[in-house]
Design a protein around this ligand. Structure first.
Ligand SMILES: CC(C)(COP(=O)(O)OP(=O)(O)OC[C@H]1O[C@@H](n2cnc3c(N)ncnc32)[C@H](O)[C@@H]1OP(=O)(O)O)[C@@H](O)C(=O)NCCC(=O)NCCS
Length: 198
């Protein structure tokens, strides 16, 4: 995308994922990940309605340009960034950074102290996104992806964020509920595709 075309594109708005987004969300998955590892429509449907997950969508004139999914677990004040992706045509415009900030804000409102994630060690774009967004490496999972690629673990403390509001203040519960997801590791269609699995 040229600089001039980027300037003429409308600004994306961020909003909660809706059932009407299901097809677009799965299509975005298919763009980047192999068919046996994508988040299914059924799973997206569950994440959209679950009290233990938040799905944020970047809406570009009615088109799903990207999404971020964060999961919560009962008894834990750690939020888990499960997925973030931006459609190729909308990349490098700051959408992932905005999506990340939105799910961090959601985690703060739920009383979480930190956001954690894992990322393929061969994904420099995603690693750069996290490193420049305040995430610190704290460990590694050997051969985590398809038994071949290591995962780097990152964490960001949410305690110091100025907009922090307590769960009590918002009237919303802290993270609760059991995450009923298989936790499997998705394969990527290409080396450029970015996905972490928590
Ligand atoms: C990782 C991903 C979520 C980033 O989304 P994005 O909207 O393009 O990211 P942003 O524009 O918010 O960039 C934020 C920061 O991330 C880093 N970054 C993003 N893309 C990068 C890239 N291709 N190379 C290096 N750093 C990158 C940079 O630090 C960037 O900050 P800067 O623009 O000020 O330098 C996106 O690349 C993605 O969805 N990847 C999965 C699919 C994929 O990789 N497809 C490509 C081929 S299939």
């Amino acid at each position: 995308m040229s600089a001039s075309s980027a300037q003429t594109l409308p600004q994306a708005s961020l909003r909660r994922g809706r059932l009407s987004d299901l097809e677009a969300l799965v299509a975005l998955e298919r763009d980047f990940f192999s068919s046996d590892h994508i988040i299914s429509q059924r799973s997206f449907r569950r994440f959209i309605s679950s009290p233990t997950s938040t799905l944020i969508v970047a809406d570009m004139g009615g088109k799903v340009a990207g999404s971020a999914l964060v999961l919560y677990r009962r008894g834990s004040n750690l939020a888990r960034l499960y997925s973030i992706a931006v459609a190729a045509e909308f990349q490098r415009r700051g959408l992932a950074r905005r999506l990340l900030a939105a799910v961090e804000d959601d985690a703060v409102r739920r009383g979480c102290r930190a956001m954690r994630l894992e990322v393929r060690e061969d994904d420099p774009a995603a690693i750069a996104l996290y490193e420049t967004s305040g995430y610190q490496p704290f460990g590694k999972r050997a051969l985590y992806y398809d038994g071949k690629v290591d995962a780097l673990r990152f964490e960001k403390s949410l305690a110091a964020q100025p907009q922090r509001r307590s769960a009590a203040a918002t009237g919303r519960p802290a993270a609760g509920g059991r995450i009923g997801f298989d936790g499997g590791h998705r394969a990527r269609r290409s080396r450029q595709a970015s996905r972490f699995r928590l």
